[in-house]
Write a new protein. Sequence first.
Length: 317
Amino acid sequence: MKKQKGGLLCSVVLAASLELQFFPAKAAGEKIVVNFQTLCIPYFIYMHEQAALEAKALNVKLLVQDAQASSTKQSSDVENALTQGVDAMVVAPNDVTALAPALNEVLSEKLPLVTVDRRVEGTDSPVPYVTADSVAGGRLMAEWVTTHMKDGARVAFISGTAGSSTAIDRAKGVHEGLKAGGSKFQLVAEQSGEWERAKAMSVAENILTSLTGNPPDVIICASGDMALGAAEAVRSMGLKGKVKVIGFDAYPEVLKAIREGDIAGNVEQSPSKQIRTALRMVVKKARGEAELETVIVQPFMVTLDNLSQAEQYSAIQ
C-alpha cells in the first residue's frame, strides 16, 4: 500500500470517527467510549465499523478514539474521556502495561471497563478482556508449518510491536509450536515488522537478501497486514511458490491473497465477535443487567480449503 493512500484511508476513518463523536445516531442511551490502538490498519478499521453497528443495535452513543499507536496519546485520550461524563469504556491497549495508570483512574470511577483484542496488566484490579487466544493462534501458524512440511523447514518470523500482549502471545505460540515439531524446524530469522505492511515488506526483503541461495521455506507473520507485505517481497524477488507466507487476521484483502496463492493461510480471530461482545458486556454492566467477565475467542486457520468460513468471506464474493 502506498503511503499516500494509507494516509488518506486514515483521514477518512478519522473523519468517520469524529462524525460518530459529534453527530451520534438518534440514540438517547448510554455514552460508550471505544479507544482503538490505531485506526490505520484494516483489522481495527473493520472492528470500528462493527462497533458502530452494534452501538446502533444497543441504542447507545459511541465516542470513538484513535490512539494512533501511541501509549502516551492513548493514556491522555482515556483521561479526557472521563471528563465527558461517559458511562462505560472499551479499550484496545497499545501496550500491555503502559496504559495501567490511566485505566486505574477509570477503575476508581467505577466505570464498566473492558479491553478488546489485547489485555492490560499492572492495574489496581484485573480488567476483564475480550480477545482471541493469541498463544493458540501463534501455535496454529507453527503447526501449519510442521504439518505441511513434514521433512522440516527453515522458518523466518516477523513479529508485532514489542510490548503489546498480542505480539508477546503470538510469538510465544509460534516458538512453542516450532519447538514441538522438533529440531528439523529451524527459526533462521526473527524481527519485528511493527504491525505495518511496508515495514514487514522491508524486513522480509532484508531476510530474503541475507539468505540468498538458501531462503527460508516459510515466513510466518504476526498479522495480516504484515503477511501482505511479506508476500509482496516474496513475489517481487521471484520466490512465489518457493517461500510460503502464513499470517494472522483474515480480512478481505488477505482472503483474496489466499485465493490467489500469495498467502498459504491466515489465522481468523473474529474481530466482529470480539468488539460486539465487549460492547454488549459493558452496556449490560452499565444497565445493571450483568457482571463483566473475560471472554476468550478460539482462533482457527483459514486456508483455500475453508475460505468460506472466514468472518469477512462475503466481502470477496
